[in-house]
Ligand binder design. Structure first.
Ligand code: I24
Ligand code: DGL
Length: 270
């Protein structure tokens, strides 16, 4: 049914950057979001654990008749997208391929940088996605484990942010990249600081924006855009504190009052 919601899963609140883009580009679509805040961050975890958690989130949202699933977390996409896509009867989108496609499109030198969590970079998922499109591309991947805690401390602008960003991405300085992919949900908040570190000389790709565009194209081509005149109806689930989730989500999405429930994921494992 075209009026069914779009499911969006993430390791925590970072995927709300994707939700914001979805609401901007697809304002009539209902969204049902699940953030695993109780077990966030996923970035430093093992691939086995990330795979299990991502499946638990998928099973949870499958109960709500979703017409499409978006894995908003780069780390979960890197580990689990392929197997989840193979097992579900609905379109399943990750954030890596849309970001990779956009980077290929804007890069003139085919020298592309990617920053993300330890797992995202170790998996080389962006490198594979980029090379699948263009074999002769030079990819510089860099794990930036300090940037998620920086954003979550609320200090994504100002002197501390400038210092931590500079120290984190310094290894990319000599690489001559002309395009940088922000391969993590939290990094769009740091985009102005990252841009000024490179003195505006490189193009920055934020995967969330590209993923929303892809979702929009797929829904249109499959005649699944929400044609209903009432709505949209959004719902948010968190595995952690409802109050804290609600505060962050309402601020970030600039919404008056959102509906938040707690989700018990372990009850679904058989
Ligand atoms: N931003 C993020 N995570 C947090 C935070 C934040 N606390 C303040 N701000 N906490 O990510 C993570 C751990 N929490 C999550 C909720 O349950 C308890 C544990 C970035 C969010 C990007 C959408 C700062 C802050 C905010 C509102 C909007 C944006 C933002 F308070 F960065
Ligand atoms: N959502 C994760 C990502 O995009 C960042 C936070 C985490 O490590 O869980 O990679």
């Amino acid at each position: 049914m075209s009026s069914n919601p779009i499911g969006i899963i993430d390791s925590g609140v970072g995927g709300l950057t994707v939700v914001k883009e979805m609401m901007r580009q697809l304002p009539h679509e209902s969204i049902i979001y699940l953030g695993d805040t109780a077990r966030c961050p996923y970035g430093p975890r093992s691939s086995e654990e990330i795979r299990k958690f991502t499946w638990e989130m998928t099973r949870f949202l499958e109960q709500y008749q979703i017409k499409m699933l978006i894995i908003a977390c780069n780390t979960a996409t890197a580990v689990a997208l392929d197997e989840i896509r193979q097992s579900l009867p609905i379109p399943v989108l990750g954030v890596i391929h849309p970001g990779a496609r956009a980077a290929i499109k804007v890069s003139k030198t085919n020298r592309i940088g990617v920053i993300g969590t330890q797992m995202t970079i170790n998996s080389k998922a962006y490198e594979f996605a980029l090379k699948k499109i263009r074999r002769r591309v030079t990819v510089h991947g860099l794990a930036c484990p300090k940037l998620v805690p920086l954003v979550e401390s609320g200090e994504w602008t100002g002197k501390l942010a400038e210092k931590v960003v500079a120290e984190s991405i310094e290894p990319l300085k000599g690489t001559n990249i002309d395009t940088l992919i922000l391969g993590c949900t939290h990094y769009p908040l740091l985009q102005p600081v990252i841009e000024s570190y490179f003195e505006g000389k490189i193009k920055i790709i934020s995967s969330g924006e590209e993923t929303a565009r892809e979702a929009s194209v797929i829904l249109d081509h499959t005649s699944m855009l929400n044609g209903s005149t009432d709505g949209p109806h959004h719902a948010f689930f968190t595995t952690g504190s409802k109050t804290m989730f609600k505060n962050i989500a309402q601020q970030w999405l600039e919404l008056e009052e959102i509906h938040v429930e707690t989700a018990n994921l372990t009850s679904l494992t058989t």
